[in-house]
Design a binder for this molecule. Structure first.
Ligand code: GLN
Length: 387
């Protein structure tokens, strides 16, 4: 029989599934895959139930329901002073992952280069490869996860088509600041490239830090695809409802990929989330407080257990260096934690394709009940051989 696609034959089961499967096998407590172990708000779930009961069960508009796109347009204006036309510039997708995938497919020709900051979210690389593009890494260096200006500048060539920027950043919890964004945008414009921004943790920012969408910087709206989703904001990651905002020509191209892939995202969930998005002012303060408390809870617990965690400024992840605890690399150490300590974390080498810095860190998720984190910390608190 003829072989499967040579690009796909290079893909492996991702690190989240690998770790979750191993954790399940050994009955380990999961602080690994990034989703809450508690439900999102009852009032939002109630809206979805009502929608299912009241006939919103058929395929809806490919670009997203009118109320969902209007709610998004209103929020981008309200929170960031960004004007996106709900008809021609906003497309609702099946999670931000699909929005990133469609954006890459819409822009990249075989041979085009795509600059990716590493550590990077795991789907970016396969998406670029499927489009026939060449991923080019720029490493963010611990502990601040900043990049060297000259390394970034050198990553650009005449083949550079786009840069993918994830801010707030998974797995580091870094928020790219104004100066960094200005530098990124300056070079994107200089090289006539596009910017695809994954902003799914936009509202999970702590210590008074603010997230700045790159599209708000001068001259960037026309060359930026702004992507986000409701999964993190409402703790409903399984609802897989995201979007891409971009000028009409780019939005049209994204829609042409989307309509031939998932076509549309779930109707009753979109309508529930449209209502929820209209209520962000009331909802966000408590939500952010809850996650900030969880961040502090896990950070302090990990310190007590002998780790030296980096204080995350956003997302629901904390990175910890491991070299003072073990001679093993991140993958071996995570396996040991699962088997010996019954706690699952994510090894970060899977988020890199150039540097081996990932071997020195592991990622914990604090979108978990305090009870879950307490039990995990108890298991982790026994002495490590090297301490
Ligand atoms: N975004 C989440 C994480 O980083 C979940 C990833 C996934 O389930 N594919 O853990």
């Amino acid at each position: 029989m003829k072989d499967i696609s040579y690009i796909v034959s290079g893909f492996r089961e991702n690190i989240f599934s690998q770790i979750t499967n191993l954790a399940d096998k050994h009955g380990a407590i999961s602080l690994s895959q990034g989703y809450p172990d508690f439900d999102g708000p009852h009032w939002v779930r109630q809206y979805a139930q009502e929608n299912i009961e009241h006939g919103m069960n058929q395929t809806t508009s490919a670009i997203g329901t009118v109320s969902m796109r209007n709610a998004l347009g209103t929020n981008y204006k309200k929170y960031y002073d960004l004007d996106y036309n709900a008809d021609s510039e906003i497309t609702v997708t099946v999670g931000a992952t699909e929005a990133v995938f469609c954006s890459i497919m819409a822009l990249v020709n075989p041979g085009d280069e795509v600059i990716i900051f590493e550590p990077h979210f795991d789907t970016y690389l396969p998406a670029v490869k499927l489009a026939g593009g060449k991923p080019v890494a720029v490493t963010l260096h611990a502990p601040k996860f900043s990049f060297y200006e000259d390394e970034f500048e050198k990553a650009f060539t005449e083949k550079t088509k786009l840069v993918i920027l994830n801010s707030p950043h998974n797995p580091s919890g870094k928020i790219f600041n104004k100066k960094e964004l200005e530098l990124i945008c300056k070079l994107v414009k200089k090289h006539d490239a596009y910017l695809v921004t994954d902003e799914v943790y936009e509202f999970l920012t702590y210590d008074e830090q603010i997230h700045i969408p790159a599209a708000t910087l001068p001259g960037m709206r026309e060359r930026t695809i702004t992507i986000s989703s409701t999964g993190k904001t409402f703790g409903l990651t399984g609802w897989r409802t995201g979007w891409a905002c971009a000028p009409p020509k780019l939005s049209h191209a994204i829609r042409m990929v989307h309509q031939n892939n998932t076509f549309s995202s779930p109707h009753p969930l979109q309508e529930a989330l449209a209502k929820a998005l209209s209520n962000l002012d009331d909802y966000l303060p408590e939500f952010k407080k809850l996650y900030e408390q969880k961040r502090d809870f896990l950070y302090n617990g990990l310190k007590k257990a002998g780790f030296k965690p980096f204080l995350s400024k956003s997302t629901y992840f904390i990175l910890c260096p491991i070299t003072h605890l073990t001679d093993k690399n991140d993958v071996e150490f995570c396996k040991e934690l699962i088997i010996e300590r019954k706690v699952a974390a994510i090894p970060t080498s899977a988020f890199y394709f150039k540097s081996n810095e990932g071997e020195k860190h592991i990622r914990f998720c604090f979108a978990k009940k305090n009870e879950t984190m307490t039990n995990a910390i108890k298991n982790l608190s026994l002495n490590f051989p090297k301490i």
